[in-house]
Design a protein around this ligand. Sequence first.
Ligand code: ADP
Ligand code: MG
Length: 213
Amino acid sequence: MPGTVDTAALTAWVREFGRLIAAEKDRLTELDSAIGDADHGVNLDRGMTAVLAMLAGDAPQTPADMLKRTGMTLVGKVGGASGPLYGTAFLRMAAAAGGADALDPAGFAKVLRAGLDGVVARGKPVAGDKTMYDALAPAVDALDEALTAGRPFGEALRATVRAAEQGRDATIPMVARKGRASYLGERSAGHLDPGATSVTLLIAAAATTLNGD
Ligand code: ADP
Ligand code: MG
């Protein structure tokens, strides 16, 4: 059924995220070399390669199982700040999916917000800290707003991508207040945040795989 997000759809989402991370690995690492330690793309690609291998091996049976195994793999394989952040996001998404066999668009929006709450619980970012939060939070808000306004799921997801992209681009002038980039102080301004860039790929992957069109 269009707009139904079941285990297969969520698997397609995560696989597409892995594909985008592999394709953008060098660029993400380059962004991290400007204001961090040049490992963001490598970190995430290591984790997502392990996630894709896990998914290819023993296919998860429920949304929660799929999201939980993704989160645990990321926590185990991705080092740095982003491993626990992405890992916690997926583990919180799993908990929010509960025992459901499939989610409707509003259910997916709730799951995504739980992921954002996980990032907040783990990293304590607030708006303007120049982190993945600055792209993910506006995206989650945009999805809720679009669905509440009665927009079809595909359209709502496209609005979500635009909000993530705007949030990502808005990190350029920000001075980092969290993570390694914060050690640079004012010198962190003028660069895209790597985590805001990778999380925008997560949202873009949702729009291409869950669109319901
Ligand atoms: P590390 O900084 O440990 O090398 P990565 O390079 O993999 O880890 O990830 C860096 C990204 O993690 C940053 O671009 C930022 O978006 C995100 N990040 C770092 N610290 C936090 C935090 N406390 N809260 C939210 N996001 C954070
Ligand atoms: Mg880094």
